[in-house]
Design a protein around this ligand. Structure first.
Ligand SMILES: [Zn+2]
Length: 438
């Protein structure tokens, strides 16, 4: 069995929940004593140290206030010590790792981790990579620009912890990266799903068949693609390799992941308490219903995050995964984000459904952009998608086909523009697919 931590990954659910409640309590007490933000937050909620020491059940957890990204940002901006502000729970000299969020949904959060936090982070990565069969004899290529964002830095350290060789893709171009993957006989690749597809298109132009490389596993994250069946199938077919999805944020890295069985996302129960709550009432939803994810990490000491609202929407299924892990599992991937779902003509609209439509048409190369505008109180959605070079002569036919698919997946009538290959901007990090100009 592919388990990194046999005790925690196969613990009977009742014991696991008791373990989590103890860890939750310890982290609340730690934060109350060390984090100016949480000391104030808990005090304002009328909580005293003895209330935290008495946490024993999930009902007790509900008495702890929820924090949002907005509150975190306010506790940081202009506050001392720079740049972490009131979120910092250790003397600043203990921070050894600096990262920040991408700022796609507001001001970026500055995130400091201690060396022990970093060990914790790489252990989480080791857990998920090991579950998919990454071993000491693997050679992993990270096709990602090493930069200020936390994504994949942990993957680098986690893979090393397992003993695998790690090749940093750095900031070289796509052609060079492909050549390195081929020449060095890499067995695994880490990148965003849209970049995995971009490499497919470039490899084709270079006359390289990626199915003939030694790559058997792709670890994709940063966008929902790897959990969208049509996107996943397209990447798997072109690479002749398995694709695995996982989700996380700077504030809560890898709180859920796909194991080697490639089912829905497992909740990472060893490192997090993950609650699925009703977005309106913030009370737990019954199993099988979609709710918003509120997460607490157990071990991070530099900047703890307790009952942090990630705004991700997920549905837990009662099914058990054949891998043998006792950790809960979701139906499919993250269903969307509360702040990314916009209303178009009164209908809830998610870019994920546009991606589904694009990926259902094999003549399109997978690159697309959505532009929403408003004219005379009427919302207009324009979807621009690229076609493979060989099919540029049937663009009108493909536009009609895509329009029909979009009607099915979004329930909306969208304008469609089919573009030649290479027209839209490429992204190595999170692809910015949606432009809402209303
Ligand atoms: Zn599993």
């Amino acid at each position: 069995m592919n388990v990194w931590n046999p005790v925690l990954e196969t613990m009977p659910p009742g014991d696991l929940r008791r373990y989590q409640l103890i860890k939750f309590k310890e982290q609340c007490i730690y934060a109350f004593k060390n984090s100016p933000y949480y000391a104030q937050k808990f005090t304002e909620a009328g909580l005293k140290l003895k209330d935290l020491e008495n946490i024993k059940t999930m009902d007790d957890v509900l008495k702890i206030p929820i924090s949002s990204k907005k509150e975190f940002a306010a506790a940081q901006e202009g506050k001392e010590p720079f740049p972490y502000g009131e979120l910092l729970a250790v003397p600043i000299e203990r921070i050894s790792e600096y990262h920040q969020t991408s700022g796609t949904t507001g001001t970026p959060l500055r995130w400091g981790d201690t060396w022990a936090d970093w060990e914790w982070y790489s252990d989480i990565w080791a857990t998920i990579l090991y579950s998919r069969g990454l071993r000491a004899n693997d050679r992993l290529y990270i096709a990602f620009p090493y930069h200020i964002y936390i994504a994949f830095w942990g993957g680098h350290y986690g893979a090393e912890k397992i003993g695998a060789e790690v090749i940093p893709g750095g900031s070289t171009g796509t052609e060079q990266r492909i050549r390195e993957i081929v020449d060095l006989r890499c067995t695994a690749v880490m990148c965003t799903p849209s970049y995995a597809l971009h490499m497919v298109n470039i490899a084709k132009e270079m006359g390289i068949d990626l199915r003939k490389t030694a790559v058997s596993k792709l670890f994709c994250t940063g966008e929902p693609g790897a959990s969208i069946l049509s996107t996943k199938q397209r990447i798997e077919e072109a690479w002749g390799a398995k694709v695995f999805d996982h989700v996380g944020a700077t504030e809560a890295p890898l709180w859920a992941f796909q194991c080697g069985e490639q089912r829905g996302l497992h909740i990472n129960e060893a490192h997090y308490l993950v609650e699925i709550l009703d977005p309106e009432t913030l009370t737990p939803v019954p199993e099988g219903e979609t709710g918003t994810v509120v997460v607490t990490n157990f071990a991070r000491k530099g900047m703890p995050a307790i009952r942090y609202d990630l705004k991700d929407l997920i549905k837990i299924t009662p099914e058990k995964c054949p891998c043998g892990r006792t950790w809960r599992i979701s139906e499919g991937g993250v269903a969307g984000r509360r702040d990314e779902m916009s209303k178009v003509r009164g209908v809830l609209f998610s870019p994920k459904n546009v991606e589904k439509a694009v990926m259902n048409i094999p003549e399109l190369n997978g690159e697309f952009k959505i532009i929403i505008t408003r004219e005379k109180d009427y919302d207009n959605v324009l979807v621009k998608a690229e076609v493979f070079k060989d099919f540029e002569n049937i663009r009108a036919e493909l536009a009609e086909k895509l329009s029909k698919e979009l009607r099915n997946t979004t329930t909306l009538r969208c304008d469609v523009e089919i573009l030649p290959s290479g027209t839209l901007p490429r992204h190595e990090t999170k692809a910015k697919r949606l432009e809402d100009l209303r």
